[in-house]
Design a protein around this ligand. Structure first.
Ligand SMILES: [Zn+2]
Ligand SMILES: [Zn+2]
Length: 375
């Protein structure tokens, strides 16, 4: 086996370490809660009512958490369809061609029937040399997965997968249910944590009165359970609130850092259809499925309703956006429409202004992003 293949195999194996770490912590938390807390502690002091209620809600949150985590990890990222590949003859011409302008001509011709509204910063068709494919709107190349991923959000090491169009809903639910799981554990363990904590302190002071809790190894698990649940709660809460904000704005993490560039210039709100419609884009129009990790996101991931598409006369009409013209214009949209006449002359200037205002907008995220640079 060639050394490069061995290296790649090792990299693939090592990439599972964060997932295995999370899985081990979850398995231990299950044992500590069910066996050490519920069976050894709560049952031994005769609190039967609490025993059944705690076990029921614990298992409910545990199942939803594991289900959504599983779906986020094992849902394959969606890739651009065949229509976005260059025809064989065109591809050969593109590869032989050395001048960038002629290469762009080939791409413009090939893209004439594709629903594309975003461009590179220089106004060119976005093309991935690695995958040899014209990138659909919101699609980016992930260097960790080595493929182009539709509506790529970020590559998440904690799920060892790309978070994108195919699993973004699962990822949001994974964050939501892991938060519920940790909050439930922290809230129900707190009273036993305090009892065990005071028991420990009195023991060390060697004047311990008779406590109602048994002084067993359960003490160690309960104390750690509270610390771990509280720690995860704090870290997940910030990430979860950031992604809820992104869903409300219909922005991916990548787009929050670098606004998509349309023909009229870059617009960080270019895909925003209003708060309610933005949520429906990710969670679907049937509310009964919103909390279940089953795929209900709207569209095919290849094209997205954008608010300025009807001003882009050079491109084919996208049927997805039927009622966008009725939505009120946003501040940025108004600005772009006002600047439309001069956009060709001052395109770079407009783009820089929008990017600057976009940069102020996003809070820091804990996620790691891998995506290619576009010139
Ligand atoms: Zn690619
Ligand atoms: Zn990836």
């Amino acid at each position: 086996m060639a050394p490069i293949h061995v290296l790649r195999c090792c990299q693939r194996g090592l990439a599972w370490i964060p997932v295995i770490f999370i899985a081990l912590v979850v398995c231990w938390s299950y044992y500590a809660y069910v066996v050490e807390l519920c069976i050894f502690t709560i049952q031994s002091i005769g609190e039967q009512g609490k025993f059944f209620v705690y076990l029921f809600f614990f298992h409910l949150s545990f199942i939803m958490f594991v289900w959504s985590y599983w779906k986020t990890i094992f849902t394959k990222p969606s890739n651009p369809s065949k229509e976005f590949c260059l025809p064989k003859a065109e591809k050969e011409r593109y590869e032989k061609e050395e001048r960038p302008e002629s290469q762009q001509d080939i791409l413009w011709r090939a893209a004439s029937n594709l629903p594309l509204y975003t461009r590179t910063g220089a106004g060119a068709i976005r093309y991935c040399d690695r995958c040899q494919v014209i990138k659909p709107d919101r699609c980016h190349h992930c260097s960790a997965c080595d493929m182009c991923v539709l509506k790529m959000d970020h590559h998440c090491p904690w799920v060892n997968n790309c978070v994108g169009f195919s699993n973004y809903k699962f990822f949001i639910l994974f964050l939501a249910y892991s938060l519920v799981y940790c909050l439930f554990i922290a809230a129900t363990v707190l009273q036993y944590f305090i009892k065990f904590w005071t028991l420990c302190r009195r023991k060390s002071a060697e004047n311990c009165p008779k406590n109602e809790l048994p002084d067993t190894h359960a003490k160690f698990h309960v104390l750690f359970l509270f610390f771990v649940a509280a720690m995860f709660c704090i870290s997940i809460l910030s990430l979860f609130s950031y992604h809820l904000w992104l869903v409300g704005k219909n922005r991916s993490t990548i787009e929050a850092f670098r606004a998509p560039v349309f023909r009229t210039g870059s617009d960080k709100n270019g895909f925003s259809l209003g708060f309610k419609k933005n949520i429906v884009q990710v969670f679907g129009d049937q509310k009964k499925y919103w909390l279940l990790p089953v795929f209900t996101s709207q569209g095919d991931g290849l094209s997205f309703p954008a608010r300025l598409v009807n001003t882009d006369v050079e491109q084919p009409t996208v049927t997805l956006a039927t009622d966008i013209s009725t939505s009120p214009l946003s501040e940025s949209q108004n600005r772009l429409l006002n600047n439309e006449v001069d956009a060709n002359n001052i395109g770079g200037h407009v783009e820089n202004q929008t990017l600057k205002s976009g940069e102020r907008d996003h809070p820091e995220s804990e996620t790691i992003i891998y995506f290619d640079k576009e010139s």
